[in-house]
Design a protein around this ligand. Sequence first.
Ligand SMILES: Nc1nc2c(c(=O)[nH]1)N[C@H]1C(S)=C(S)[C@@H](COP(=O)(O)O)O[C@H]1N2
Ligand SMILES: [Mo]
Length: 480
Amino acid sequence: MAGFGKGRLLGAAAVGLGALGAGELIAAARGGSVLDGVGRLLTDTVPVPVVEAAVERAGEHDKETTRLGVAAGAVLASAGLAQLPDRLRGPAIAAFGAGAAATALRGTNRSAMSALGGIAAAGILRAGLRRQPTGVGGGLLWAGAGAGMLAAAESLVRRDDRLHRERARRVGSMGSGVPTPEDGFGTEPGLSPLITQAGKFYVADVNSRAPRIDPEQWRLAIRGLVAHPLRLSLRDLAEQAVEFDAVMVCVHNRVGSGRAGNARWFGVPLTSLLDHTLPESGATRLVTRAVDGYTISLPLEPLRSGEWPGYLVIGMNGEPLPPEHGFPARVFVPGIYGQYSGAKWLAELELTDDSHVDYWWRRGWPSAPLWVRPQARIDVASTGATGSGKCTIAGVSWAPPHGVSAVEIRIDETDWLPVELGAELAPAAWRRWRTVVDLPPGEHTVQARVTSRSGEVQDGAVRPPFPLGPGGYHSVTVTV
Ligand SMILES: Nc1nc2c(c(=O)[nH]1)N[C@H]1C(S)=C(S)[C@@H](COP(=O)(O)O)O[C@H]1N2
Ligand SMILES: [Mo]
């Protein structure tokens, strides 16, 4: 360690930042990213408790957080590599570069340039550490150049994403054009709208960015244990699609959080698609496979019979699916948590036997699909401006696929009181609720619970999302 002062460490970190920036810029020339590839590798390999903790902490910003963490890790690693004795440093950096190149190929919109970016970063790191900057000026130069190149790379990738988003929208309307639905509640400040706009709808997936799929080239293959494989274009699918309203819920949606959205979807019922393929007798599972190989599989029988009404979805709220929500197509079975109900960015549907293993099973999640537990969320609990004890309490509730039959609230853990329900859009959709209560001065807790039409009452036992889905009541505090 002799001779490695703070200055040299910082210098090595600066060289690392410069090398990383150059690598990212090269990868970005073809829309890829070395950081994204490493991020995906981390997502795929870190133990589930770490994933759960990260999901909890990072919230909506999981993708940015991962990217930043990986960048910081790469810079730290460069400083670490600089500490190695000369004879080890070369081979270590070469191994680092090879690893970066290989992982870059796991990134979402990877190309050969992504791998080249990883190799170039290692080459620059090697050269830079040989003649390592010792002065402040040299270090600043490396760091500044690195930061500038990272910013340039990011803006290149964002431009590609923007162009893709416009191309996806140009596919045209995806819906019946019927006016937006109403439940009689109108708009209430703070209360979630009946339909969640695409831009407000939660995004959850293992990818760092949405894959950019060309709708003209894209075909959905339905293959495997079938007598009659199919290849369908987006246009073929649009001709058979119907509209349906349903809430989609992430298994990570703890009570009160926002990983749930209600949309008017446009899709082809899986029953009819599956019938056309003439499944063979050995076919027991439907594997939904994304363009990156990610799979979610479902038992075939209930989908074929329509007992579980699944759809091949191509539209959301009258528009094509936005890239982050799976453009051009995804599978969705209302009532099943997102993690179990079908892949976004579909490449194919494969009918297969029970030997198939899904992404999340390998990571310790149960293999049987998890059904969404009924949940009520409190969006509004406000006393208004009058200073009186009149308090408006309102929110959304869901119990797909059966539907919501009642929502109740209780104040300070006393008796459950029924509330008014908005009109039901569809049993699988979410349903809004509201009430006005008179509260004495002081601090109060308000809790809500929902009962499904199948008779299931929301369970108050608090449970984490892993491994069976979250439980508990949403609880908020109001002060009068
Ligand atoms: N290809 C792909 N599909 C996926 C996922 C994924 O990581 N990759 N995540 C699933 C999970 S966990 C959820 S909750 C939903 C989220 O869909 P959304 O991002 O449109 O809300 O997509 C599902 N489909
Ligand atoms: Mo999810």
